[in-house]
Design a protein around this ligand. Structure first.
Ligand code: APR
Length: 281
């Protein structure tokens, strides 16, 4: 239950921990919950449009793409139109202010996001690792094509999607301008691996996890590999770890749960630390 007292206590705890972490690496790891206030449904959260009910593990796969490329593309067009139209919320902006504050005092900062929206980069985050890919790019489905894995991709805006939107059918699917194979989303599917594309920056993500002096998890249910890896490493090395989540149904070893909404708690923590926020000016 999120009350004023829980938010105030959470501000005290997190502000004190952040103040102590310099000059080590402050690692922030975000999930769908940080974008909830921007109107993007989470996967497993309590929000009414949470995607999980539509069995995302089935539709978010390479297998489904090959079996039904028209269906796969229609599902993603419907989702990504909402994602790409969203605006950053106070949580995204507070993380930019915290990044600048940490760097200005000689500390290190890295942000790993599981989200495929562009709200962190739109807000100005720079030390950003998009470990599950990104909605604003597509790539050739053929491994080894210059526009495909392991290193190629295309701006989504450079591809004609209108023809397919007007008449969704196999002949109208967008195709690679180099090899003619189908284009696909530039995201990590459930039946794929973090090391399949350099853009996921998996090695840098692993290195950041191993070097973190403090781990701050924002809006994630700890359901997939990268968060599992971070939790295990943090617990092993007894690294202070905090999770911001208003309705977390989990209690995990070595992780202090801050029961608050990210868009409320993070700006308050900035104010407590004297970090100037654009929204306050
Ligand atoms: N502030 C903070 N946390 C929030 C907020 C909020 N305003 N609103 C919801 N949450 C929490 C929810 O309670 C939930 O625990 O955010 C969490 C979101 O969890 P998920 O929906 O599971 O999203 P995530 O953890 O990012 O999923 C990980 O799984 O489906 C795959 O690839 C997909 O990247 C995704 C990965």
């Amino acid at each position: 239950m999120v009350t004023f007292a829980t938010v105030k206590k959470a501000v005290d705890i997190l502000a004190e921990a952040l103040d102590r972490v310099s000059p080590e690496l402050l690692l922030v790891l975000t999930g769908a919950g940080i974008s909830a206030a921007s109107g993007i449904p989470t996967f497993r959260g309590n929000d009414p449009d949470a995607i999980w009910a539509k069995d995302v593990t089935e539709l978010g796969t390479y297998r489904y793409f090959r079996q039904d490329p028209v269906g796969s593309w229609q599902w993603y067009l419907q989702r990504f139109d909402a994602v790409l139209g969203a605006q950053p919320n106070p949580a995204h902006k507070a993380l930019v202010a915290i990044e600048e504050w940490q760097l200005a005092r000689g500390g290190e900062f890295r942000l790993i996001t599981q989200n495929i929206d562009t709200l962190h980069e739109d807000s100005g985050s720079t030390n950003l690792i998009k470990v599950h890919g990104t909605a604003d790019r597509v790539r050739c489905a053929k491994h080894g094509c210059p526009n495909g894995s392991p290193r190629g991709s295309l701006e989504r805006s450079s591809v004609d999607l209108a023809t397919f939107r007007d008449a969704p059918s196999l002949p109208k699917l967008p195709r690679c301008p180099i090899c003619g194979d189908l284009l696909r989303q530039h995201v990590l599917w459930f039946d794929e691996y973090y090391n399949q594309h350099i853009d996921y920056q998996f090695e840098l993500a692993q290195e950041s996890i191993q070097q973190m002096g403090l781990g701050l998890f924002v809006g994630t249910s700890f359901s997939v590999g990268i968060t599992e890896m971070a939790l295990q490493s943090g617990s092993l090395w007894r690294i202070p770890m905090f999770a911001i989540d208003p309705s977390a149904a989990f209690r995990l070893p070595g992780l202090e749960l801050l029961e608050a909404r990210a868009e409320e708690l993070l700006p308050e923590v900035c104010r407590r630390l004297g970090i100037s926020l654009e929204m306050d000016s």
